[in-house]
Design a protein around this ligand. Structure first.
Ligand code: C5P
Length: 407
């Protein structure tokens, strides 16, 4: 669980989005965190403290004069127990207080007294969000190192539509996990391919493989959590885009090739931001049908099967690795036998510093996997685990191997 052993101080201020904080408290706990709620007086007009107490199993604090804390310094006690303070929803008024260092109630005082990161999830009417004082306060909070999560654009409780909706609880949880994660890829640009490709035979048929895209998507998510700017080129999958990741969908190997080369730009081009790392996780079809039929193939009277001809697809990874401005490349190999030997051979053939071998039929579509990392120093096994856990380990390993300023 990604938030195991994490203690989160959840501050709730007085906006109608306070109802979403109930779901947020549950979701944080579901991921392993303990949650301590502190509310402003205004928040208690929207949700009763007893609701949060029941959801978190802990008494809720609203009053800076609360006598339940032994030394009567709730603002110090509560903030010292936390790994992070998350204020959701954060009203315009509360953000103004934070920006100016006001401390006239328990929550604002503990935000000022904290020695851990502060994240705020704004929630307000669109005009309040756009108002000049709010703009100034948000800018000031950013400069002060406060993480601003959202807001989103959409329908608002007041009946208007626009920017100012609080992020949904699951998005906030993703941002909290990312905020607490180590940052081995801070400031790096990472390009990832994932999923299968689909090579058409005729307008309704094609050739594909059993890759689900789960490993590649998990790696994209882990790279973003590790601080990278991530671009994901995805073959056909039904998977949702990991939060904070840019994505292009493609179908065929040639489309994938084009998307990757488009992202990298012409060799040496000064107008493109260079990718530092390329991780080729996609199970790209080695061949495509050369004689694709423009109409649906029909059975013939003599029962003869269609004569399909094949032509080889471009090897995206090998081509990227061979560029003079190549990013640091990571290849994947789905083998069915002799992982070590085949993996090492493939690493050298593709010309990549790191090759990750896995057993094809033991990973496709599954939620767990086992990875063998092969580089010029030897092998390292990442034992069977969930793909999110493995992705995080792998990204840590990439960060350790990446030369400073690589790319
Ligand atoms: O040669 P093989 O397909 O086994 O190599 C697997 C590795 O090469 C994976 O990283 C895969 O994403 C990449 N690859 C590619 N373009 C291809 C075939 C494979 O980028 N046409």
């Amino acid at each position: 669980m990604e938030l195991a052993n994490r203690h989160i101080l959840l501050g709730v201020t007085g906006g109608v989005a306070a109802f979403k904080a109930c779901e947020l408290a549950r979701e944080l706990q579901r991921r392993g965190a303990t949650v301590q709620v502190a509310m402003t007086e205004a928040a208690t007009r929207f949700i009763a403290p007893v609701t949060f107490q029941a959801l978190t199993g802990r008494p809720v604090f609203t009053d800076q004069w609360d006598a339940r804390i032994d030394n009567n310094m709730a603002h110090i006690e509560l903030s010292r127990q936390a790994d992070v303070v998350l204020v959701a929803p954060a009203t315009a008024d509360f953000m103004a207080k934070l920006a100016h260092g006001l401390a006239d109630d328990l929550l604002s005082t503990l935000c000022l007294a904290r020695n851990v990161p502060l994240l705020v999830a704004p929630a307000m009417n669109r005009e309040m969000w756009a108002a000049a004082p709010t703009r100034r306060n948000v800018e000031q909070l950013r400069r002060d190192g406060v993480g601003i999560l959202g807001p989103d654009s959409g329908d608002q409780a007041c009946g208007e539509t626009g920017m100012g909706r609080m992020l949904e609880p699951e998005d906030l949880v993703e941002d909290v996990i990312a905020a607490l994660a180590p940052k081995p890829l801070a400031g790096r640009r990472v390009l990832i391919t994932a999923g299968p490709t689909f090579e058409p035979i005729d307008p309704v048929r094609g050739i594909t493989n059993l890759s689900s895209g789960k490993m590649g998507f998990a790696i994209a998510r882990a790279c973003r959590q590790a601080g990278a700017d991530v671009m994901l080129v995805a073959g056909p999958t039904g998977l949702p885009t990991p939060r904070g990741v840019r994505r292009v969908d493609v179908r065929t190997a040639r489309e994938m090739h084009q998307a990757v080369m488009g992202e990298l730009g012409a060799v040496g081009s000064a107008t493109y931001a260079r990718s530092d790392v390329f991780i080729a996780v996609a199970a790209v079809a080695d061949w495509r049908v050369a004689n694709v039929s423009s109409s649906k193939l029909k059975k013939t009277a003599d029962g003869a099967p269609p004569a399909l001809e094949f032509v080889q697809n471009p090897d995206i990874l090998a081509e990227v690795a061979a560029r003079s401005d190549a990013p640091w490349c990571v290849g994947f190999a789905a083998e069915s036998e002799d992982l070590e030997k085949n993996g090492q051979e493939k690493r050298l053939r593709k010309g990549v510093p790191l090759l990750v071998a896995n057993i094809g039929h033991a990973t496709f579509g599954r939620d767990d996997n086992e990875l063998l990392l092969i580089d010029d120093r030897g092998m390292q096994l990442l034992a069977r685990a969930g793909k999110d856990d493995l992705a995080r380990d792998l990204v840590g390993q990439i960060g350790r191997r990446l030369p400073a300023g690589a790319g």
